[in-house]
Design a protein around this ligand. Sequence first.
Ligand code: ZN
Length: 88
Amino acid sequence: MAEQNPIPTQVNIAPRGKSWQGGKLVTWIGGHPTREAMLHSARQTLISHADGRVSHARQGSCPDEVSGHDVRDDECPVCQALMALDVV
Ligand SMILES: [Zn+2]
């Protein structure tokens, strides 16, 4: 899903056939249509995580004391929110 992309990250509206997901412009239309929408969703996800409504998937490399605090799981919603907000 992730790819090297010549389009600068300042782009807000995803070009046709692409969308924003986990902080990246990806060739997939299932993500967010704008960078702004992705960032808004990421903030909402982190707020939901903070108040206990959403948790890390814990099925891959979610951050913890064992794996490290800088690892991220591409399939986890909380990790995707962290990647979207460049908290890595
Ligand atoms: Zn996670």
